[in-house]
Design a binder for this molecule. Sequence first.
Ligand code: ADP
Ligand code: MG
Length: 325
Amino acid sequence: MESKPNEQDGEEKLAERHIRIDTHGLVVRFGPIVALNSFSVGVPKGIVGLLGPNGAGKSTFIKAVLGLVEADEGTIKIDGLDPRKDTTQVRDMVGYLPEHDCLINYMNAVELVSYMGQISGMSSKDAIQRTHEVLDFVGVGEERYRIISSYSTGMKQKVKLAQAIVHDPKILFLDEPTNGMDPQGREEMLELITKIGASGKTILVSSHILQEVEKVSQYVIIINEGALVKEGQIKTLMVGEKNVFKLRVRGSQQGIENFGKELEKLFNIVSTEDEEGQQSLVIKGTESGKKLFKLASEAGIQIREFGPATLSLEDIFIGAFKEGD
Ligand SMILES: Nc1ncnc2c1ncn2[C@@H]1O[C@H](COP(=O)(O)OP(=O)(O)O)[C@@H](O)[C@H]1O
Ligand SMILES: [Mg+2]
């Protein structure tokens, strides 16, 4: 029989055409500090969280991809383009909300955002029109005619978002977009990001706050000490971990401690939580439950609960950093 190209392959090809960012073996050094240590990652379409503690290398990664810091080694491709060579094309294609202040304080929001639009290749007429649209979208009202130095941090963040999207870029880099905002402002910012994501853009959002990433993204890249720890669909990361168990033990403090020491030799302890006279644990491993009960009886403690567990992203996050220790 003649083989026909199947439909699914066609669909996959189409999906691949969405903008991707790929880096391979990226190294960035600042003197003796290795900020990115052979960082290889493929950023798929959609909203993607770049998650890691302070100093992990998130901002350096974004700046390296944008060509704002020089990479010592490695390759970078944005939709097949090299930001270090195809500077203009890449600049027009990306929007960037930097971590630190990037606003010009003596301008008002309309002046600043339309100026940024023009830098990204828009005519002044188009830039002004789009500026009002994006300021409406982010929720900056009549304040848009006041000078930026008089703005609250929350409003500055919204203007930073507006200038990043004014030229309708295909790819957005948002570096800790909720930085310095109050809880309500954070909520609003996350909602805006979700809305922008729904329009089919590729958005990389960096954060050191897991709950925030969980709210906006379907896909997460976890970075620590300049290296990739884990990446994947949040859904898959959460259910894809096999051989994970939750366990609740009861007994004397000494008994629980002794049990823990022995347990550690057989299982990877993902998390522990101490309560009065008992401890809840999430553990990972392929050893049999029988062994576990034996250990408990040897330590003179009781197992009150034992069964399969699903890892939350939080568990994965903590576990990932433990493994990296
Ligand atoms: N311009 C710089 N000069 C020297 N060290 C830097 C510079 N920028 C970043 N670093 C260092 O590189 C590492 C990664 O920093 P960064 O990318 O800012 O992390 P993150 O954004 O995840 O908090 C840190 O150790 C930081 O101190
Ligand atoms: Mg940073």
